[in-house]
Write a protein that binds this ligand. Structure first.
Ligand code: PRP
Length: 216
């Protein structure tokens, strides 16, 4: 059986709505930030399905004992926001994953070469191989940043099959690179856009997510 990269675009009206708000060039920063927070929340909700570890047990209801399923607190869960723009998705993700450890990774693209440079790395030296990792980055464009993030994670013991990427707009170049390198990986995104222009912007996209979140 060949394992293939899976990219889910959940057909949910709230995800479509907040994507439309984020795409609109007339949306001011404060509302853009809310839209990205909401997308972080709903896409994380979708990504958590079949990813969050659970344990089966029983609980005593006021009437009788019955089967119950809890989130397993012994399996580590980590969220890795790719700075800066990934911070916008973190707030929504964190409300659903309150026990997750947050490891910041600061990457910025060189405006000329589009190569991703790392300026902050708060990853631990090694991860427990069972760790569920959720990476947040609203834009997967040329794929340089997400490939760099995946390399940093896998060399520290992260299993790509236990990793989920939450994005907002994903473009073919990034998806092709991820597919070739990490066939077991699963991505949740609000949309797959057609192209990346020669300045590295996703088209139609939503502009520069980091600048719009932080009003710079
Ligand atoms: C943007 C975006 C992604 C990256 C995607 O970040 O937030 O991290 O570009 O592009 P790629 O797939 O071609 O690597 P940017 O470098 O603009 O930094 P910022 O988030 O601090 O604005």
């Amino acid at each position: 059986m060949t394992v293939q990269l899976r990219v889910y675009v959940p057909p949910h009206p709230l995800i479509k709505h907040w994507l439309a708000v984020a795409r609109d060039a007339a949306t001011p920063s404060v509302l853009f930030r809310s839209a990205i927070t909401e997308l972080g929340r709903w896409l994380t909700y979708e990504a958590a399905r079949e990813w969050l570890p659970t344990i089966e047990t029983t609980v005593q209801s006021p009437l009788e004992s019955c089967p119950a399923i809890f989130i397993n607190p012994e399996v580590p869960v980590a969220v890795v926001p790719i700075l800066r723009a990934g911070l916008g998705l973190l707030e929504g993700a964190q409300t659903l994953l309150p026990l997750a450890s947050i490891y910041h990774l600061g990457l910025v693209r060189d405006e000329e070469t589009l190569e991703a440079k790392c300026y902050l790395n708060k990853l631990p030296e090694t991860f427990d191989p069972q760790t569920r990792v959720l990476i947040t980055d609203p834009m997967l464009a040329t794929g340089g940043s997400i490939m760099r993030a995946m390399a940093e994670l896998t060399q520290r013991g992260v299993d790509p099959a236990l990793t989920r990427i939450v994005s907002v707009v994903a473009a073919p170049p990034a998806l092709q690179k991820l597919s070739a390198a990490y066939p077991g990986l699963i991505i949740y995104t609000a949309t797959i856009d057609e192209t990346v222009n020669d300045r590295g912007f996703i088209v139609p996209g939503l502009g520069d997510a980091g600048d719009r979140i932080f009003g710079t």
